[in-house]
Design a protein around this ligand. Structure first.
Ligand SMILES: Cc1ncc(COP(=O)(O)O)c(C=O)c1O
Length: 377
């Protein structure tokens, strides 16, 4: 036992050096949370058993789950009229579960296509029912978020669907779109980065692996009266009502994911909540956008997103050539910065700076951008 402990401690120490991780997801998590998880994997709550090994029906995990739900409600001001569920299958399973449950025959759902993730959601919904693409962002290379008067909405739609933050293109809704039917939101890449208008939504879902924790756990916030109208006859794992009835324990839940997400919730509360995180996130993003707008003086860096639609989480831009993009990534790596390559469908560069990404990392990137532009501009 002593030998194992000593080895583990030595390994932990040798892993002390961490670099700036600009990955779009899975992404940087709060260091405090990672340290706590290291301890709790070994022995949580002085139970003599690690979090990975506890029964999902036992007392220790029950407390983890209850605290995660309570903290989630406290963070976002979620009332009793909503269920908070921790599911599996990633955000991508929600692309199918939403229309399976709520795209009733004879009804249409409105979808706002603002990028790859909403396009994928549209494809899934089209397998299951009638979809109206109420906004087609592909016509302008997904460079912006539509104004309300750009939306072609259906009267009496079953629901309207949008993706709050387009991880790949770097655009973000500054407020939910004005629609005339229940609103469904994919908030995977900006959940809890700013105050969330829960009451304007019927469903908000998010894969955890950007702002909330590890991949493998999906947060679903669903209004109870909307859920009550779900289609019948679904397999149990695809039925929100059954998950809600069983309090996210219809089967063995993603226990470790829920534990880490719960720790991240506690971290968010310690930081001062969503209003405080929104201030920090605007400040962090502002540092990099300023470098895009000013470095090199004459537009050395070209933004992918229109200025009025800029994301606070994923900042997308290009240098004057693919070759310089590659060179920039190489130099960034020499400065201990990783994950800056743009998504393969867009190219260029992308800096993902979720809640846990440090301001000093944004300053380091901006400084490299300015230096690089002066040498290559
Ligand atoms: C906005 C958005 N939606 C959905 C997904 C897909 O998530 P998952 O891999 O959890 O299915 C992603 C992944 O990056 C995303 O950024």
């Amino acid at each position: 036992m002593t030998t194992t402990t000593t080895k583990a401690t030595t390994q932990t120490r040798s892993m002390a050096k961490r670099i700036l991780n600009f990955s779009a997801g899975p992404a940087t998590l709060p260091e405090e949370v990672l340290h706590q998880a290291q301890q709790d994997v070994w022995n949580i709550a002085d139970s003599g058993i690690g979090i990975l090994e506890h029964s999902h029906r036992g007392k220790v995990f029950t407390r983890v789950l209850e605290e995660a739900e309570a903290d989630c409600r406290a963070i976002a001001g979620i009332g009793d009229d909503y269920h908070v569920l921790f599911l599996q299958g990633g955000a991508t399973l929600q692309f199918a579960m939403v229309p399976m449950s709520f795209l009733a025959s004879g009804r249409t759902a409105d979808y706002l296509d603002t990028g790859s993730w909403s396009s994928k959601a549209i494809k899934e919904a089209q397998l299951l029912g009638d979809v109206n693409v109420a906004f087609d962002g592909s016509k302008t290379s997904y460079d912006h978020i539509p104004a309300n008067d750009e939306l072609d909405l259906t009267d009496g739609a079953g629901y309207s669907y949008y993706c709050a933050n387009n991880t790949i293109y770097g655009t973000e809704f500054s407020r939910p779109p004005a629609t005339n039917s229940p609103l469904v939101c994919d908030a995977s890449s900006d959940i809890f980065s700013r105050p969330l208008e829960v009451s304007q939504h019927a469903i908000i879902f998010a894969g955890a692996q950007k702002n909330l924790g590890p991949a493998g756990c999906t947060l679903v916030i669903i209004r109870k009266d909307f859920m009550a109208g779900a289609n019948d006859g679904l397999p149990s794992m695809l039925d929100y009502r059954q998950h809600a009835d069983k309090g996210s324990r219809l089967n063995t839940p993603p226990a470790f994911g829920i534990y880490v997400v719960g720790q991240v919730f506690k971290w968010i509360l310690r930081q001062g909540g969503l209003a405080e995180l929104a201030i920090r996130n605007r400040e962090k993003a502002g540092i990099i956008y300023h470098a895009i707008d000013t470095s090199g003086g004459s537009g050395f860096y070209q933004p992918v997103a229109r200025p009025d639609s800029r994301s606070m989480m994923n900042i997308t831009f290009r240098t004057p050539s693919d070759e310089l993009d590659r060179k920039f990534i190489e130099e960034a790596q020499q400065h201990d910065m990783d994950g800056l390559k743009g998504h393969r469908s867009v190219g260029g560069l992308r800096a993902s700076i979720y809640n846990a990404f440090p301001k000093a990392g944004c300053e380091a990137l901006a400084s490299l951008m300015s230096d690089f532009a002066s040498r290559h501009g």
